[in-house]
Ligand binder design. Sequence first.
Ligand code: ATP
Ligand code: MG
Length: 770
Amino acid sequence: SLADADPLLDGLNPQQRTAVLSRSAALLIVAGAGSGKTAVLTRRVARLIRDRELWPSQILAITFTNKAAAEMRERVELLVGREAAQGMWISTFHSACVRILRREAEQFGFGAAFTIYDSADSRALIKRLVKEMQADTLGFTVSAVAGKISRLKNELVDAEGYSRQLNPNDPTEVMFLELFRRYTAELRRANAFDFDDLIAQTVYLFRAFPKVAALYQRRFRHILIDEYQDTNHAQYALIRELTRPVEPVHVPVDTRVELDATGGIPAASLTVVGDSDQSIYAFRGADIRNIVEFERDFTGAEVVLLEQNYRSTQTILDAANAVIANNFDRIAKNLFTAVGAGDKIVGFTGYTQHDEAQFVADEIQKLHEAGTPYSQIAVFYRTNAQTRALEEIFIRSGLPYRVLGGTKFYERAEIKDLMAYLIAVANPADGLAMRRILNTPKRGIGPATETALANHADELGGTMHDALRDAAALGLGPKVTAAILDLAGLLDELADGVTTMLVPDVLTTIIERTNYLELLRGSRDPQDEARAENVEELVAVTRDFQKNNPEGRLVDFLTEVALVAAADDLDDSSGTVSLMTLHTAKGLEYDAVFITGVEENLLPHQMSAAEPGGPAEERRLFYVGITRARKVLHLSLAMTRSTFGDTTVASPSRYLQEIPTELIDWRDSPGMGARSSTRSLGSGRDGFRYSASLPPAGKPKTEWANRVTASVRDNGDLTLAVGDRIRHVDFGDGTVSAVTGVGPKSIAEVQFETAGRKRLLIKIAPLEKL
Ligand code: ATP
Ligand code: MG
């Protein structure tokens, strides 16, 4: 048939073909993980271009990360050719909004060179405001304020909106309103948007200026959105604005679009794909209702269901299906695959998180030796704190790895310093950036001078930069004045060239004129060597940027950097194992996946228990993790876990019991490699098998043996009270002097007769009550 001959439909199943070919103005593709949603969306874009239904520039495709956007663009270009694909907008919501705001910000009083505040910038500002307002006395914390502002913005509630809904008799609400107002005013003064603003302000812009909205409503004739289940209200509102028909009065004069009978422009087409089982951003305002109510919101919508999974083995799918089936309140769907059963899931319980990490490292080494490239292996965890144990072992084992979305390049002090210079050049109104560079590197400008300059800026009614230029008027010492004028001169010089100079030139001028690199190289601090390398890396980043964007200038570079999302790292993943949180893993796939820390209080996370819908969302997160795996899945946990010096007894996650036991092969003795060996400790009372590492060479045997003995011990519900006498296998007899914690986490402080004072976890310590 004709379809068989069409390369765009090659290999697609009938439902996928329907979705690629559909001519509906509103199309919803709902399907489980790995069923080809993203693949179908990509081919649909290609088909629209190839069949000349639209110009590439009339297409707006939205992905969840910049990396996903780059991949989609690459695939479309492969399908229709690079030339043919030019002019498409394939980007995240944030990037699309930045592009719109850069063009239109002047309409509502912002400069086109606005700064984008990342969450650290926002927090720095909020911290100052909380302090100024003494809001901490009312119990406000920076993260609580930041979180609430973010949630409200995602709901499209601004400070004025909040003032109408608050209880005026509640002092905390009144205080919050004041913080929100000041925060908003400070951003405006700095000519800055925070991350949530990017979306919200674009919506406000469209609502306030229908003529501006009409430009984009006319331009984008087809909008396609991946991961629709994780859109929040503001993003949803943006889609609604973009898919409104244009009334005749707002039709732009030069329009090339076909008009409808009334002389207006019909609404743009919309295709969305999603999986409500993978909604994992409710805490950031994502709303599953957007997907559930799609058919109501976009009348005449066509719905296509995909059921065949092309990613994973049947074993992995069975586990995923079994876990997610425990979420009630969902539409049952059952994924199947033609791939076959494949390997069993590998389970492992370590005594500590280090044992767990060692297991992961050993298994990775084995996979690698058997032919799986490192780039096809990923390790997931629920919280960032879990990376430390993993990284330690990985470094020791010489495993090449990278952490996605951890403490990132751009969060390092030296990079922030230089970025602040670039921002100050592009947007002199940005007080935060100005304050950062004033005395970096040290030029004798102390806090008093900084305050004097800030006040002077206010008097002048100008920016900090204006105040610097006018420093002579402040009557400061000659040396400081000269230093300030020198800085002002540098900024002036660069500001003149901001639209002409190449970005690497701007950066190297700053580095040379401030002696930044020289100072690091000449320092005795060993850390400074790494810092110098980072600075060089930033120069390399600007060179890459310039190569890829020959027309790009400073503001374009700053935009790109500001939008590097959590899942996006600059270095590519070739040849390294990827470590990331489960949230970051969305949409990705790997041959081999490790999910670590599958324990109560971690997965599900402790915090989720209090949130309505929290446990169900945690289960979806686990489901997302499982369904990333193509061939092999490993689930691991540790019996004890120490964080911030506190050791707690962990118990297996409830989700493990939801997986049919025959699917998991609990390992007794992983990795008999040179680095360590592990032995079985038998089954615990909970039915899980426990193992622990044997001492690596050189480690005192007795100390290690204690740990192993301890790990087979289970004192059950033994309770101890102050004054009780106990006998410990190694420490001998002692008296309990204090008991803290509850249940399995109770810790006894014991004064031993010879061994001194010790803190012991009652549940597992090798002790008996006398
Ligand atoms: P997720 O829900 O995790 O985002 P998804 O539904 O978007 O998954 P894709 O990532 O598009 O799924 O597809 C999963 C894998 O299956 C990809 O490797 C894709 O190339 C492959 N795939 C999709 N459809 C087919 C098909 N008809 N034949 C062969 N492979 C396919
Ligand atoms: Mg996808």
